[in-house]
Design a protein around this ligand. Structure first.
Ligand SMILES: *Cc1c(COP(=O)(O)O)cnc(C)c1O
Length: 410
């Protein structure tokens, strides 16, 4: 048996049936028409936003990184709750605008922005977080051709990283942003070219559960923003401090308490260096806002044995829930929290089972030797923490990029 991550404590059952947002899992499947199914509970997202507003100083804006979950009706609801959206592709930009968010509060980060994406962003008036000097050159040329003043921020590859982050995005050689040593020069050159310089984007890492590491990183981020701004000799309109708030996915993980982060930010904002006195600040969060709100429901097609091991075969798999399969950037495969939705809270079977998806590859494993109640054909398996990097993190769907072209020759 291998342990699984903690099932969020608020989930309960009625007559053995898992309730999501007050509705039974089986009736939600009926409503959607079939499995596999992602269900998102807006009440949980709203509670998370409230938790943020209560803990974090009002001077720090809340941006949603929509790559975590760009489901259109979720975006439309979030547009009214957060202060801005961060997008990572032309497809996400279109969805953000469709959700009704003010383009002045949208920023576009991510390496590999194509000319057509830069053009759409400049045309819409969103801020481009520049990832390289080459991208700056292309953005300025496109803006020139369109006769527009582009809104450009510089994404900095910081000279530190977020310690203990599940996914490191800064420190050392990285495809993200411009190395800190060259960031001021790039800002000066876009200002010199007549762009509307929007400030700094400094994202040091993701999926962190240690408030002290986040506090330390935010302090280093503010110090770096101040140093670079002094080099540029200009106050940045916005300092995007990145994010990094993590979720308790795995055994032993504990839910992040953001209150100490708010207290530390409060003192940091009290003691700002002069060059940042007039700046606005933002945190950009993806998974922390929406991850706990989602449950992935998949039906058991077959229960079979091989050499003494029991395999529960479901109609979903890693094409929907790549992260639960352990193939989304984690080094060691660990079990997401899961349950038999129609036997929620029932006594566990004596024997652990391995839950596999319907794809013909050994990596399509959603639960490795997990302890569940007895499982039968037709049961519903619920995988929790599926609200972020679920449906969207299926590789071809991730970031909303267009499908590749295919050619048959001969
Ligand atoms: C992915 C990403 C985020 C969101 O990360 P989460 O771990 O989902 O909070 C924020 N900013 C940038 C630049 C990103 O690439």
């Amino acid at each position: 048996m291998k342990p699984m991550g903690p099932i969020p404590t608020w989930f309960a059952a009625e007559e053995g049936m898992l309730l999501i947002g007050g509705c039974g899992a089986a009736s939600l499947v009926d409503e959607a028409g079939d499995t596999p199914l992602f269900v998102y509970d807006m009440g949980i997202v709203e509670a998370q936003v409230r938790r943020f507003r209560e803990a974090i100083p009002a001077a720090v804006a809340l941006h949603y990184a929509i790559k975590a979950n760009p489901f259109p009706s979720l975006l439309a609801r979030l547009a009214a709750l957060v202060d801005g959206f961060d997008v990572a592709s032309g497809g996400e930009l279109a969805r953000a605008l469709q959700a009704g968010v003010d383009p002045a509060h949208v920023s576009f980060a991510g390496p590999g922005k194509r000319d057509d994406e830069l053009e759409a962003a400049i045309h819409a008036g969103v801020t481009l977080n520049l990832e390289s000097e080459g991208e700056a050159r292309r953005a300025l040329a496109i803006a020139d051709r369109l006769g527009r003043t582009p809104r450009l921020a510089v994404r900095v590859n910081p000279d530190f990283d977020l310690k203990g982050a599940g996914m490191r995005m800064g420190g050392g050689a990285k495809p993200f942003g411009v190395d800190a040593e060259r960031a001021a020069a790039l800002a000066k050159s876009v200002i010199g070219a007549g762009a509307d310089w929007r400030g700094w984007h400094i994202f040091a890492g993701s999926q962190n559960l240690d408030p002290l590491a986040i506090i330390e990183t935010q302090a280093a981020t503010i110090a770096l923003a101040a140093r670079l701004s002094e080099e540029v000799d200009a106050s940045p309109p916005l300092v995007n401090l990145g994010g990094g708030f993590g979720l308790a996915y795995f055994p032993g993980d504990e839910r992040l308490d953001i209150r100490p982060i708010g207290v530390a930010l409060d003192s940091a904002l009290e003691a700002l260096p002069d060059v940042l006195q007039g700046s606005a600040f933002a945190l950009e969060l993806g998974r922390w806002l929406v991850g706990e709100a989602g449950v992935y429901l998949t039906r058991v097609i077959d229960v079979k044995k091989s050499q003494g091991e029991t395999f529960v075969v479901v109609d979903g798999g890693l094409h929907h829930q790549l992260a639960a399969s352990g193939n989304f950037g984690t080094v060691v495969r660990r079990n997401y929290p899961m349950a038999v939705a129609n036997r929620f809270g029932a006594a566990l079977a004596e024997e652990a089972v391995t839950v596999v998806g319907c794809l013909c590859t050994p990596i399509d494993r959603l639960g490795d030797r997990v302890a569940l109640p007895p499982v039968a054909e037709g049961d519903l398996i619920a995988i929790f923490l599926a609200g972020a990097y679920g449906a969207t993190a299926s590789p071809a769907a991730f970031l909303g990029h267009p499908s590749p072209a295919e050619l048959l020759l001969g």
